[in-house]
Design a protein around this ligand. Sequence first.
Ligand code: OSB
Ligand code: MG
Length: 368
Amino acid sequence: MKVSEVTLRHVKMKMKFPFTTSFGTFQDKEFLLLEARDEIGMSGWGESVAFHSPWYNEETLKTNWHLLEDFIIPSVLKKDIEHPDEVSDLLSFIRKNNMAKATIEGAVWDLFARRKEIPLAKALGGEKKAIEVGISIGIQKTVDDLLQLIQSFVDEGYKRMKVKIKPGWDVEVLSEIRKHFPSVPLMADANSAYRLEDIDVLKALDEFDLMMIEQPLASDDIIDHARLQKEIATPICLDESIHSAEDARKAIELGSCKIINIKIGRVGGLTEAKRIHDLCQKHNVPVWCGGMLEAGIGRAHNIALTTLANFVMPGDTAGSSRYWDRDIIEPEVVVKNGMITVPDSPGIGYQPDLEAIKQFTVFEKCYS
Ligand code: OSB
Ligand code: MG
């Protein structure tokens, strides 16, 4: 197969609610969509998870556009590609910029599966027919607001609650949650808001029977996380620190974490995501699929990846209606009793809603 034409779109959507993490607040979601067309006129779709600002990692929608336009698209266009695993080889001369790489790699995976007339999940080797879903809840104005939100998501059936924490919004908040929801599956995500010196606070969290604490320390660290893991009972899950299977190998060897959150964009694509999955499986390290507040295309890729066997914990793959009044795929992603039924149609299993995409597109450019 050959990618003979690529359309890159800058899309702007508004989330239903502001989402606050330890590093900032999102509501306007601007991102890139990539449509790759092959020599027989079929299309595959990818979504970049880079945000407008470089606060989760160093990439932004503009750096992604630059990398895609000047390096990535020219390296993939017109090349003979037997299998999507080859895309990461074509791009291996480019250091990092994983989210930009994953954008086209995801589109090639979708295209590959559509041409074979199989679901992307199957192309990846996934077997689950349905996946468990958790929800990630941002920092709220008051603890009461948070408790009410948790109640509504418990009522909707979400399989685990993840709350964002930061210094000053941690021990008391989690203690209140546990008072009201003594046995709900609960975890906390700090997005790197703490330092090893904060160890007393992090030790205090052991009291709340958390499934895990996600990325408590620096976004580029695996050394201090290993020291911290020796001191606390709560399993550490790494998110920001893991960019590759090599990173995962080192983190597991050092004991920096007991669980890994896999995000396709952060690791440079589905091929690398699968490698990390396989490595973790070999080492009995459970994984789950993280979220980047994706619209439907990115969400569909996450669902397909989650069908692999070692995704044994609920992911952050909430339904479309959690984020959007109108998503960009048809049908929308629906969560019922905390589960998503994996689509069995070819490729990502959902159709891009071209009318919605047109409505949300700010700028587009075609490369051939
Ligand atoms: O750390 O997992 C994270 C959102 C934006 C940036 C980073 C993260 C998140 C989430 C939201 O936790 C997950 C989602 O609902 O997509
Ligand atoms: Mg996280």
